[in-house]
Design a protein around this ligand. Structure first.
Ligand SMILES: Cc1cc2nc3c(=O)[nH]c(=O)nc-3n(C[C@H](O)[C@H](O)[C@H](O)COP(=O)(O)OP(=O)(O)OC[C@H]3O[C@@H](n4cnc5c(N)ncnc54)[C@H](O)[C@@H]3O)c2cc1C
Length: 404
């Protein structure tokens, strides 16, 4: 039996941060980091399209859909502390106009190296190709895989999104073995799907500032930003942020409907006025140009087509009040019946996880088992797109690594 003071199950964002923190807090501590894949941190390499958007200059619990469990950790580790943590590892960073923070080198590999090198240099025993399958707890501590023994255990095995990168949901079983409950799990931050006919006329269209609302008939969730129409669904950040709501609605037997407002800064009245004035002023113009003063041409063409206004010989003067109404509906409330999402293989984060009522929000220690800690995505915490999920992974990892 290999004996340690601390075992960390899962060696990616939160697990690596926890290992570094524990060594800094308790320099003599004996740590084993157990990672299922042949190398640590694989998922980090594909984050932020290979650039790793690791935090955001502005973070509140609202970025985690109002989950108040994150409040204490965000208070202890606001964005500047995470930026400073990486600075302490030798990694410089910069932020873009939306507050998203990236490594100065613009490569996720630099961020992973900064974590990995510190762990390697700090006399932590890293076991790769080592999947944690069985965990027991007794008065004497934790026994892992009948091979490792420790007084304390941190579980940082992630969720079940992007299983090719290691997080296949096996960590939930470990939590259950130790008596914890897992809340309902749903893929989040993943493209939405619909019957292909519903988006046929929109395929390939990208809008940068649309306002999206998904409703299940009773409640709704909205987001604003980029949307991209694909062969059989809707992608882009604003659409992906509505994924877990959509999945929950489907599981509950509802039919989620997505409504898109392509001109959120124009009221219906203002757009109606714009169309009426254009028709009056330029009656002879080809109808293709009716909306190009307010929307990019590919979007305006697709929306006119959706409204049943075909180009050909049509002029502005052919747009009567009923046609104008149809155009208004297409632009301001383009509706699509959703069939679900593209699922865990394509999702960036898992909604649901270890029930946070069973975990101390200030320390990440289990309220059920002394010496057991959780951090990162395995917990029932998920955030929006924009650096919030990695921020949570690092902030909760640093908290768990304090072993308080
Ligand atoms: C394509 C993609 C892009 C993303 N981009 C961003 C982004 O730019 N910004 C952002 O904030 N978030 C992003 N995310 C989300 C973010 O990567 C995750 O929320 C974050 O990595 C979670 O960290 P974690 O340590 O909890 O889990 P993970 O990073 O999933 O790590 C879990 C680790 O545990 C290992 N493991 C799992 N089970 C076991 C086991 N039984 N035994 C041993 N080891 C095990 C896994 O192999 C893995 O290495 C992205 C996700 C994806 C998939």
């Amino acid at each position: 039996m290999k004996e340690y003071d601390l075992i960390i199950a899962g060696g990616c964002a939160s697990g690596l941060a926890a290992a570094i923190q524990a060594k800094r807090e308790y320099p003599g501590i004996k740590i084993a980091l157990l990672e299922k894949l042949p190398r640590v941190g694989k998922k980090l390499l594909s984050t932020g399209n290979g650039r790793c958007n690791f935090t955001n200059l502005s973070i509140t619990p609202q970025d985690y859909y109002g989950n108040s469990f994150v409040t204490a950790v965000l208070g202890e580790y606001p964005p500047e502390n995470i930026i400073d943590f990486f600075k302490s590892l030798g990694l410089e960073s910069y932020s873009d106009s939306a507050g998203r923070v990236y490594p100065r080198s613009n490569t996720a590999a630099s961020l992973l190296d900064s974590l990995r090198l510190e762990v390697d240099e700090s006399d932590t025993d890293v076991f790769t190709d080592c999947e944690v399958k069985i965990v027991y707890h007794s008065d004497k501590g934790f026994i892992v895989n009948d091979e490792f023994k420790s007084a304390k255990l941190i579980i940082s095995t992630g969720g079940k999104s992007s299983p090719a990168q290691g997080s296949d949901g096996s960590g939930y079983k470990l939590a259950e073995m130790l008596g914890h409950s897992i809340t309902g799990l749903f893929p989040s931050l993943v493209p939405l799907t619909c019957g292909s006919a519903a988006v046929k006329s929109m395929k390939g269209i990208r809008a940068n500032n649309a306002y999206l609302t998904v409703t299940d008939g009773k409640s709704s969730l909205s987001s604003q930003g980029e949307v991209l129409f694909t062969e059989n669904g809707v992608s882009g950040i604003a659409a992906m942020e509505l994924a877990s709501f959509t999945e929950k609605a489907k599981v509950n037997g509802k039919n989620p409907v997505l409504t898109i407002d392509f001109l959120p800064d124009y009221s219906r009245e203002k757009l109606h006025e714009y169309i009426t004035l254009s028709v009056e002023k330029y009656p002879e113009r080809a109808v293709d140009y009716l909306l190009t003063g307010v929307l990019p041409k590919p979007i305006s063409a697709a929306l006119l087509k959706d409204a049943g206004i075909y180009s050909g010989n049509c002029k502005f003067s052919d747009v009567d009040s009923s046609a104008a109404e149809k155009i208004l509906n297409s632009v301001k409330s383009y509706s699509i019946l959703l069939t679900g999402t593209k699922g865990y293989n394509f999702s960036q984060v898992t909604c649901g996880g270890v029930d946070t009522r069973e975990v101390n929000e200030s320390t990440m220690e289990s309220r059920l088992v002394d010496g057991l800690y959780f951090c990162g995505e395995i917990l029932d915490v998920d955030g929006r797109c924009g650096g919030y999920n990695l921020h949570w992974a690092f902030a909760s990892g640093l908290t768990a690594g304090e072993l308080k």
